[in-house]
Design a protein around this ligand. Structure first.
Ligand SMILES: [Zn+2]
Ligand SMILES: [Zn+2]
Length: 373
């Protein structure tokens, strides 16, 4: 049994998080049972979820915390206003926590340190304040931004007015214009696009700190707990490729492969084509592949050593067959390492060929270790 530190409960935050979750779980089904759902309420919910989550991923996270691109004023204002509506504190506080998370990942100073358990990383760090609040000493650049500071000062008012009162007013007037009960429309806007949307957006954000450090693969590095998962990417508007993100945090892309689900990356790219964003930072393909090949080589060597320890003689023969592939990967790795350090541009064909070889080796390794586990 965990001992609950009642003297360290963050009462305001805890009441808000638990209260909104209860209203969403109990109030929303009762409302829907009595009044059904019309397309206006549904569209408003969908818009608010998307606007809130995108403002966190594109704005709070990739723009303000990591400076992975530069944005024009309309993008800044939109993400600051709808980011506030997520009720995840001001952009300045969020970025400070998040930069500390990257710097001290999996260690004590990481505010949502996964090594303290899944519950802590997901929501526990908000419910309890075990340590004094650290100073905002890592966001000097953001302090110079007057819009960030304005949002910091009025964040709760923006969240209340745009995040809860506005959808209620819109619901009110929508029903009024359709000759339906306006109070029902206001209640629907408050419950769906307001409270239920806050709960959905918050837990999707919290998943990045909990599940994205628990579920998935680690193709780029095992030096930290962050993982890549397509399912998580779907739930988090592209942030699920978290192993890549922790390895290359200044890249505006999290799902770096063309087929990976990353609507935040597509949005930033589209904004750049519209002249609303510029200076998009990308890690060169050679460096990304080098990380992947280095990690594959490390895992392959570890598996080979395990297979050689295995009592079955077939395991040793399989290890000999794999050994040759690992040697080839090592040779390619060194060639790529030299090209990257000499800043030599390798052709797309060469990189694609090595990428494919690395993947097939990893498939073979997985198959072999499933057989000889
Ligand atoms: Zn993380
Ligand atoms: Zn990050």
């Amino acid at each position: 049994m965990y001992r609950i530190p009642f003297n360290r409960v963050n009462w305001v935050t805890s009441s808000f998080l638990i209260g909104t979750a209860l209203v969403a779980l109990i109030g929303v089904p009762i409302y829907l049972f009595h009044h059904g759902i019309d397309w206006f309420q549904f569209s408003m919910f969908f818009f608010y979820v998307t606007a809130t989550m995108m403002s966190i991923t594109v704005g709070y996270h990739r723009l303000f915390s990591h400076l992975s691109f530069k944005a024009k004023l309309p993008v800044k204002l939109f993400t600051l206003v709808f980011g506030a509506c997520a009720f995840e504190n001001s952009c300045l506080n969020w970025a400070s926590d998040h930069r500390r998370h990257h710097k001290h990942v999996d260690h004590d100073e990481d505010p949502y340190d996964i090594s303290k358990g899944f519950f802590w990383a997901h929501i526990g760090w908000l419910l309890f304040k075990l340590d004094p609040e650290p100073p905002l000493d890592n966001v000097a650049d953001l302090r110079k931004d007057k819009w960030v500071m304005l949002q910091h000062r009025y964040v709760h008012w923006i969240a209340l007015v745009v995040g809860l009162i506005l959808p209620s007013i819109l619901g009110y007037y929508w029903n009024l214009s359709k000759g339906m009960d306006p109070a029902t429309g206001a209640l629907g806007g408050f419950l769906l696009a307001g409270v239920a949307r806050i709960v959905v957006a918050q837990h999707c954000t919290f998943f990045i700190n909990s599940l994205c450090h628990t579920v998935g693969r680690q193709p780029y590095s095992t030096s930290h707990s962050a993982r890549d998962s397509a399912v998580m990417a779907f739930l988090t508007f592209g942030e699920g490729y978290h192993n890549y993100h922790h390895e290359f945090q200044h890249d505006y892309r999290n799902g770096v492969k063309p087929w990976q689900w990353d609507p935040s990356k597509w949005t930033i790219w589209t904004l750049s084509k519209l002249g609303l964003a510029e200076g998009l930072r990308r890690v060169p393909d050679g460096r990304i592949l080098l990380a992947e090949m280095g990690e594959a080589r490390r895992k392959a060597q570890q598996h080979l050593a395990e297979m050689r320890q295995h009592p079955a003689s077939t395991a040793h023969r399989a290890a000999d067959a794999l050994h040759e592939m690992v040697e080839k990967l090592s040779a390619n790795y060194h060639e790529l390492e030299k090209a990257v350090s000499d800043r030599v541009q390798l052709s797309r064909e060469v990189l694609n060929g090595w990428q494919e070889e690395t993947r097939s080796l990893m498939r073979e390794i997985r198959r072999a270790s499933a057989t000889y586990a």
